[in-house]
Design a protein around this ligand. Structure first.
Ligand code: PLP
Length: 379
């Protein structure tokens, strides 16, 4: 069986987890959490990074930091994971869904401005498949309308746009280290805070509404309940696992990228023949090989393709029923303008197995069976 995903594991994760146990510090904000925060601050050239219990938790923190009032509106794509939307619903906002661009599946920057009302407070840029949204345009719209920008960079850890790392461009960036993402800690994530004036508030929200972080730094004599908050800091055991992964960051990235490039090359003939479409990477974007997808002609072809692959012991998946057509999407939001591409394009998209150390022979089988299905085996 060729799995769709195998979580990354390098071998020294346990050694660091043992160290956390030996430190007698397995709760949050121990040695390894601190090391990981700093690793991301240095690697992504970010001012402030805080590990969280998940990408969803990072999004919830970002939504709380945006200071939304009941009835405020948040603009986001409908083609995204439920967590992107949940965070803002929990913060009391109404969702305004905007169509995606068919080439990148990212929010269409040309359809954002028409969705803005007096109530709009935030634009959420989801960098689908680790490929950047058109950030210059989005930041320009946000500054003209005085809106905050939250980057959902859950899939885009170490990806870039015009030389800047994703998550460091908007007001807040949210990363995920779920087992399906490039780096993993089981469940986990991080929030990037790009405006220093939010640092203290972020620490308080993350530490159950207390200023314990200041207390640990010796800045206050005792800690106190300062404001609303929750427990958004992960166990140092999970951070130790992540730290083990970060030691192999280049190796992981090169390995994923070479699999990604092999798929692209292998399927060029299918694309040329007009049978499928392949991912598009705009010139100003450097992606992180998070995902390889193809687009079939229509949903019926996709269903037959997925079934054919499964009969051959290969697991390919689709995802994201557009949120605006889901029960909660209907309840909490509206779609602005017409759904020109969101439903049509998501119906055609299918993801192929891609993970650190996908074996060459397994990838060859995925490629051969795909060519066979589409009738170009010997082309
Ligand atoms: C994975 C993902 C999330 C959620 O991350 P978790 O760590 O699983 O909570 C949010 N948004 C997008 C786009 C994702 O892909």
């Amino acid at each position: 069986m060729i799995h769709f995903n195998v979580p990354p594991f390098f071998g020294d994760e346990f050694e660091y987890m043992k160290k956390a146990v030996d430190n007698h510090k397995i709760c949050g904000d121990g040695e390894f959490t601190d090391k990981c925060n700093k690793w991301f601050e240095n690697s992504l050239k970010a001012k402030k990074v805080l590990l969280t219990t998940s990408g969803s938790a990072a999004l919830e923190m970002a939504a709380l930091l945006c200071g939304l009032q009941d009835g405020d509106e948040v603009i986001l794509p409908s083609y995204t994971f439920s967590s992107t939307a949940n965070a803002f619903v929990l913060a009391g906002a109404r969702l305004v869904f905007v169509d995606v661009r068919p080439d990148t599946m990212n929010i269409d920057e040309n359809k954002i401005e028409q969705a803005i009302t007096d109530k709009t407070k935030v634009i959420v840029a989801v960098h689908y498949a680790g490929v950047a949204c058109e950030m210059d345009r989005i930041m320009d719209i946000a500054s003209r309308h005085n809106l905050k920008v939250v980057e959902d960079a859950a899939q885009a850890v170490t990806s870039m746009y015009k030389g800047r790392f994703l998550g460091t461009i908007g007001d807040f960036g949210c990363l995920s280290f779920h087992e399906t993402k490039n780096f993993s800690m089981g469940e986990g994530g991080a929030i990037i805070i790009n405006d220093e004036s939010y640092n203290l508030k972020a620490e308080i929200i993350r530490e159950k509404g207390t200023n314990r972080s200041q207390f640990y730094r010796g800045q206050v004599a005792k800690y106190n309940w300062m404001d609303y908050g929750s427990s958004y800091l992960p166990s140092d055991l999970n951070a130790a696992y992540l730290w083990g992964q970060l030691q192999h960051a280049d190796e992981m990235q090169e390995n994923r990228m070479s699999s990604w490039e092999r798929y692209l090359k292998a399927f060029k003939s299918l694309e040329k023949a007009g049978i499928i479409e392949l991912p598009f990477i705009p010139e100003e974007c450097v992606h992180n090989a998070h995902m390889f997808y193809i687009k079939c002609k229509d949903i019926d072809t996709r269903t037959r393709y997925i079934n054919f692959m499964r009969e051959n012991d290969i697991l390919c998946v689709f995802h994201y029923v557009p949120l605006h057509s889901a029960p909660a999407g209907v309840k909490y939001g509206r779609f602005d303008g017409t759904d020109e591409y969101t439903t049509k394009e998501s119906d055609r998209l299918v993801r192929l197995p891609l993970y650190y150390k996908l074996k060459e022979e397994d990838q060859n089988k995925v490629i051969d069976k795909t060519l066979e299905f589409f009738g170009l085996r010997n082309a």
